[in-house]
Design a protein around this ligand. Structure first.
Ligand SMILES: Cc1ncc(COP(=O)(O)O)c(C=O)c1O
Length: 395
């Protein structure tokens, strides 16, 4: 190997680390919101397994059944020979869940965004995205070569100004946002976005990665909860978070599905999802159907935790969901706080720039159904005991 060609890497990494922005992989003994390891119980608030389904017996059984029936790999892309009955069954079930006539599954949530946006807009078209949109949406926007305008976070007034200023002309217009923001746990003003998209004849795509399985009836997501018939053109979601598996999807009209099958490179040029993953996702949808209150139960637990944090004097931003940031600022300080919490068995990631704006560095809590009230109390206590600043709350 020509190591000389890599000689610039150590310096780039050293510069990153000097800014307190170094990243490294941490090995976990297993997945999920709570587990035993090294003779102690760990609370893991860094998992997106919100409904505690990744290890659910019914999900594992469904996954094994699909593995036995179809084998380990799909063997080809969907369009070549990888499109198995189980892929279409999953799409039918996802469409039902979301209240849409059809759905299309992708290799992951990242791939769904990377596949959808460049298929819909290109040079000569205009894209409007919330400033805090997930990296997968922004990368997809860059990939598309459409003109990108970022509106202030959750500010439909600013979006309207941008639409009026840049929305004319012949090209297509696409508005992109998230129903639940991944680093803040706040929600988009969906009705206002829907109104603006209609008035300006723009396509509307909402990333429901953190809303699927949690918000709305039976976990249908926030778009469904708005009411009306398929109020947004593309309700994107993942199988990798509340549904405890892997993969991405979009709920949409049949003609949009057909269009994406013909134009989405991230669907066309990649192998179909492995059967065991598809089976596991179907198993998770079964569990959700039998227990339609799982999402509401999760939101109740998260609300309890948020109130306890506020009482203790912590800043939690505008979170109203299972994602709760504790915002203090300072990359190094957050990394050290996260490390101190880990010493007492509480895992919570420090989130730094560029994932969040400089000055809003935070600990990001993901509450899951694995966390009992007693666990949440333990976490509040651990936060108070290890906090780098004296809190001004009443607890
Ligand atoms: C808002 C949002 N969209 C998309 C993704 C990508 O989903 P996946 O992990 O399934 O690739 C994520 C994952 O973190 C996310 O938070």
């Amino acid at each position: 190997m020509n190591f000389r060609a890599e000689s610039w890497i150590p310096q780039v990494l050293a510069e990153r680390r000097a800014q307190g922005l170094g990243r490294h992989l941490v090995q976990m003994p297993r997945a999920g919101g709570k587990f035993f390891s090294d003779g102690r119980e760990w609370l893991n608030f860094a998992s997106n397994d919100y409904l505690n389904l990744a290890g659910h017996p019914a999900v594992l059984a469904a996954s094994r059944k699909a593995l036995d029936a179809y084998g380990a790999g799909a063997g080809a892309s969907r369009l070549v020979s990888g499109n198995l009955p189980i892929h279409e069954e999953l799409e039918t079930r996802l469409a039902e869940l979301k209240g849409y006539p059809s759905a299309l599954v992708f290799g992951s949530g990242f791939l769904a965004n990377a596949g959808i946006i460049p298929a819909l807009v290109g040079s000569g078209d205009t894209l409007f995205a919330d400033r805090l949109s997930h990296a997968s949406l922004l990368d997809a926007a860059l990939l598309s070569r459409a003109r990108l305008h970022r509106f202030r976070h959750n500010d439909p007034g600013h979006l309207q100004v941008l639409l009026e200023r840049h929305g004319g002309g012949a090209g297509r217009r696409l508005i992109v946002s998230e129903s639940v923001f991944s680093m803040d746990g706040d929600r988009a003003p969906l009705e206002a976005l829907i109104g603006l998209a209609e008035r300006h004849n723009a396509l509307l795509m909402i990333d429901e990665a953190h809303a699927t399985g949690v918000l709305g009836e039976e976990g249908a997501g926030a778009c469904h909860a708005v009411g009306g018939h398929c109020p947004v053109n593309l309700a994107m979601g993942t199988l990798s978070k509340a549904l405890g598996n892997y993969g991405g999807f979009v709920a949409c009209s049949p003609s949009m599905r057909d269009y994406l099958i013909n134009h989405s490179r991230a669907l066309i040029y990649t192998t179909a999802l492995p059967p065991a993953v598809v089976g596991g996702a179907l198993g998770a949808l079964d569990v959700l159907r039998e227990n339609p209150r799982m999402g509401s139960e999760l939101l109740e637990r998260a609300d309890y935790f948020r109130q306890r944090l506020i009482q203790a004097g912590f800043r939690v931003g505008d979170s109203t969901t299972q994602i709760i940031p504790v915002i203090l600022g300072g990359a190094e300080r957050m990394v050290q706080w996260s490390a101190r919490l880990r010493e007492v068995g509480v895992m919570v990631p420090a989130i730094r720039a560029p994932t969040v704006p400089v000055g809003t560095e935070r600990l990001r809590f993901s509450i899951t159904l694995a966390h009992t009230r007693a666990d949440l109390e333990r976490a509040v206590q651990a936060l108070c005991d290890t906090s780098p600043v004296v809190q001004g709350g009443d607890s």
